[in-house]
Write a protein that binds this ligand. Structure first.
Ligand code: GUN
Length: 285
């Protein structure tokens, strides 16, 4: 069997076209342009690419995108001063601080300073808490993109066993919370770098989500025949950009698989645009 490709790029284009219509209606009804401000510190090559993709997507959807660049050596006080300025600016609806931050800047302090109503990443403790309680204000972008991809491509989730490789605050932990919500009803196992014999657990997955940042870590013998495999990895290697899944071998075993690039990445950007519109809505008087 060769797996069906789950084309995130194509789905993202459809969803962004629908979103552009919603944004136009919002502007018409409120005479306000939804605005997203991205803060980029230092010169991380991967972050430069992500930020460029976000800007282009904002333009296509009719969202007003602004970029604030700070040097790698910026102090935490200067960083917080910018966040506070954006918090107070009524024209700014969404604030995104691109991660990772240069070493020396504590991400927890910075993310906690973002106004929770403008926190389109949903990384503020208040928004994390709301998600855990099953009443999210914003759903974190990558987990939301993964769940939308599964739902819109008719991959059953309720009652299925989802195994997540990786316990990051950006993907693994929020995805586990999202899938556990009533109404979504997955059974979830989260594995990480200290999990012994990880292949024994990944082979039990109906849906396997891989977000560990290790190129081609998941191989065919770690996958249950027919499983849906979602690859969140983006690893720059001498052979080019590769995921955390060994695509060529796993596609012969899996039922469905996301490619890298063109899988999860475009959906993350789409859900960021969605969250910016949600932020603009919640901030209307
Ligand atoms: N770096 C990698 N992924 C993300 C994300 O979803 N949000 C932010 N702010 N930074 C990231």
């Amino acid at each position: 069997m060769t797996a069906t490709i789950l084309d995130g790029k194509e789905l993202a284009h459809q969803m962004q076209a629908d979103l552009a219509v919603e944004v136009a209606e919002f502007i018409e009804n409120n005479s306000v342009f939804p605005r997203l401000d991205v803060v980029l510190i230092g010169d991380n090559a991967a972050s430069e690419v992500y930020v460029r993709n976000k800007r282009q997507a904002c333009e296509r959807a009719g969202i007003d995108g602004h970029l604030h660049r700070l040097p790698a050596g910026v102090s935490i006080e200067e960083m917080l001063a910018l966040v506070h300025k954006l918090n107070k600016d009524p024209d700014v609806h969404g604030i995104l601080v691109q991660l990772p931050l240069p070493s020396g800047l504590d991400p927890a302090r910075v993310l906690q300073a973002v106004n929770p109503l403008k926190d389109v990443d949903a990384f503020h403790p208040e928004n994390v808490g709301l998600l855990v309680q099953g009443r999210p204000r914003f759903v974190p972008c990558t987990p939301h993109g993964i769940v939308e991809l599964l739902k819109r491509r008719s991959v059953p989730i309720a009652g299925r066993h989802v195994v997540i490789l990786g316990r990051s605050d950006i993907v693994g932990k929020p995805l586990a919370n999202l899938l556990l919500q009533r109404g979504t009803d997955a059974t979830v196992t989260v594995c990480h770098s200290r999990t012994p014999d990880v292949g024994r657990l990944t082979r039990l997955a109906d849906i396997l989500v891989v977000a560990i940042g290790r190129p081609r870590f998941v191989t065919a013998e770690m996958v249950q025949p027919g499983a849906a495999v979602i690859d969140v990895g983006m690893n720059r290697t001498p052979e080019g950009l590769v995921g955390d899944v060994d695509f060529e071998s796993v596609r012969e075993v899996a039922g469905m698989i996301t490619p890298v690039p063109g899988g999860v990445g475009p959906l993350t950007v789409t859900m960021l645009l969605h969250n910016t519109l949600v932020a603009a809505r919640v901030q209307q008087p």
